[in-house]
Design a protein around this ligand. Sequence first.
Ligand code: SF4
Length: 191
Amino acid sequence: MNTEFSAGKFWTPIIQAYLDGHTALPSYMGLEPEGFSLVCHYFQITPPAAFSHQHPQRLLLSDLAGLRQSERQDLITLLNQYRNPEDSFSSQMTTVLSFACLGTQHLWHDIGMPERPLLTQLFGFYYPELRAMNNRNMRWKRFLYRQLCTTGGDYVCRSPSCETCSSFAECFEVEESASQHTSASQHQGMM
Ligand code: SF4
């Protein structure tokens, strides 16, 4: 697999959005400093000289993520279960995704992608089985937490069945009416 030309379409917008301050990612996108430098170098992105990983907003996100370490570890375990190890940066992507899941907006937004379809492609590339499992076009963050719920976690699901659940409209990608939009925005904590 040619990492440079396949994974770059995912990593480039994520790194760029992080550098522009448009993600919910903590310092170094949640990676070790060396890991962050490695992906930047590999995908040929040079952070501006004035860029600081110690910006108060990024440090706050790091602190908040530390309070949800157990939840994030559950996400990593889930993602690793389905991770395609062929790509050199699949482990780093799992780390970045786990941090992005802690944000309050849609996952594609929190990780810094310009649109949801690109995130779906990312899942197809790095976690092909998960992509295939999400055959009802469920919102990705909800889908991941749904997997955690079905394996004994207690994160989002108050109903054993999506069909009978009052949160259906928040979990699935559907035509958004004004009322659905209002409802969803009241539950932004896990999109
Ligand atoms: S619709 Fe309800 S049961 Fe289904 S994933 Fe969403 S919260 Fe869980």
